[in-house]
Design a protein around this ligand. Structure first.
Ligand code: NCD
Length: 362
């Protein structure tokens, strides 16, 4: 068993103990109440933001967070204007930026790409979304919103609706919420957009109750929280397949009338058509407030990670299988061929260290 330590990175929230998240949530709460007290805490520090994929909230809330902590930012939001356009690989780009910056935030369209970057980076790396895989800082945003607006992270019936297959925010949040007691999960999707098996396994392994349903209308009345998501057009194999799913769920006033008086509606945004504009004025619609909580929790995260640089975490816990290929065609190991093939587990079934998909031993 190898164990590669290089820095304190945030690739998957579940790599950290729940006590660590809870400290972050407390700090996020503190910062929200007294932001001025933190305005110089990152003076002289530089954050690199490498966004290989479009972003509004994640990128800008990270940048604002660093600026509000007194630090500065470098980076790109369009790889076409960087050397990526000349064919530079992830390793070289991120190695260089991690030498310029004190902390690096990265979003990329391929699953496992941020962990790949963290392998050789010289500063802490934060995953701001890797393909359809994970989005841990959106999850921290969601947890802070739940904590502040529902007052708890346990004993909740939470409905996830929309593209549960490709929605990385859903995957990360389900993994996180499964760490708290007595949560019930209602998975609302078409069969084509169902939650991947490896995330369902997280729920089953933890003994959590979950149901899979097709109708939002039928499910809405039982929920404490409704987490809406857009259908992720860019992750479909073809336009035709996307067209078949487009518009399959729309939350409107009529459906809101069936919901509990204290149910809250979350959405990581951007919205396409899955929440009618008429819902915005409902006091249970929490998505704009949620985006603002994202800035406070990212301030807490940047501060905590910069202050814990001397406490690295294991990045790779499995071992090298040079000839084994990951079964997921969307995994970064198929795109960046120089990457060492690391897998967890010893039996006939291995788990890819980058994208978490399971693979039968060849
Ligand atoms: C989400 C993302 O990028 O995964 N947006 C976000 O970070 N707030 C959700 C989405 O794109 O649908």
């Amino acid at each position: 068993m190898s164990s590669i330590y290089n820095n304190l990175n945030l690739i998957d929230l579940n790599d950290f103990p729940v006590a660590w998240w809870e400290k972050l949530l407390e700090l996020g709460h503190e910062i929200r109440l007294r932001p001025g007290d933190y305005s110089e805490r990152c003076k002289g520090r530089i954050m690199g933001t490498l966004f290989y994929e479009p972003s509004t909230r994640t990128q800008m809330s990270f940048q604002t967070a660093m600026l509000r902590l007194g630090g500065t930012i470098i980076g790109f939001d369009n790889p076409a204007t960087s050397s990526v356009a000349k064919g530079e690989n992830i390793k070289d780009t991120t190695k260089i930026v991690s030498g310029y910056a004190d902390i690096m935030v990265m979003r990329h369209p391929v699953a496992g790409s941020v962990k790949a970057a963290a392998l050789t980076a010289d500063c802490p790396v934060i995953n701001a979304g890797d393909g359809g895989h994970l989005h841990p800082t959106q999850t921290l945003t969601d947890l802070l919103t739940l904590k502040e607006e529902k007052g708890r992270l346990d004993g909740l019936t939470i409905g996830f609706c929309g593209d549960l297959k490709n929605g990385r925010t859903v995957h990360s949040l389900i993994k996180a919420m499964s760490c708290f007691k007595d949560n019930k999960f209602v998975l609302i999707s078409t069969p084509e957009l169902a939650l991947p098996a490896y995330i369902k396994d997280v729920l089953s392994a933890g003994g959590h109750r979950y149901t899979e349903v097709a109708s939002l209308d039928d499910a809405v009345g039982m929920l404490d929280v409704l987490y809406m998501t857009r259908i992720q057009q860019e992750r479909f194999a073809s336009k035709e397949e996307y067209e078949k799913q487009k518009g399959c769920y729309i939350l409107d006033k009529k459906k809101m009338a069936k919901a509990k008086k204290d149910m809250i509606v979350l959405h990581p945004l951007p919205r396409v058509d899955e929440i009618a504009i008429e819902v915005d004025d409902d006091e249970r619609a929490m998505y704009f407030k949620q985006a603002k909580y994202g800035m406070y929790i990212r301030m807490a995260l940047i501060l905590t990670m910069l202050e814990s640089r001397d406490k690295p975490m294991p990045l790779i816990t499995g071992s090298l299988h040079p000839h084994q290929k990951c079964s997921n065609p969307g995994c970064i190991t198929h795109k960046e061929k120089y990457l060492p093939h690391y897998f967890r587990g010893k039996s006939t079934m291995l788990e890819c260290e980058y994208c978490d998909e399971r693979t039968l031993v060849e």
